[in-house]
Design a protein around this ligand. Sequence first.
Ligand SMILES: [Zn+2]
Length: 124
Amino acid sequence: MECGRDVAGRQRNVRGRDGAGAWDRELYGGLVRLHILHHAATMPIYGLWLIEELRRHGYRIGPGTLYPILHSLEHRGLLRSTVQRDSRAQRRVYVATPKGKRTLVRARARVRELFGEILHEGEG
Ligand SMILES: [Zn+2]
């Protein structure tokens, strides 16, 4: 699951390293942030769940990349985190704040505007 073990140049690989990963990170980084915000607006989420969810979508993101993203979203007031404990372990759980939800609503309209055209063109 560590970033460094990923195959270099893998398609849609978003990593905190240089090379192809850096360009992918630049190209898809905003989309990944919006996707995180989307899920955090739906239910409480945590890091490992997100890593698996993003992998399901084809993005291999390690904790070294994901956690700084979560921290910056929280720092900007879009996510709020709490630590949940049970008898065995504790984990930090994130939910979207009202500001995060408003940001998501705006982003949805913008993504629809910009990507609607891209997707439409792709259909030929
Ligand atoms: Zn998802």
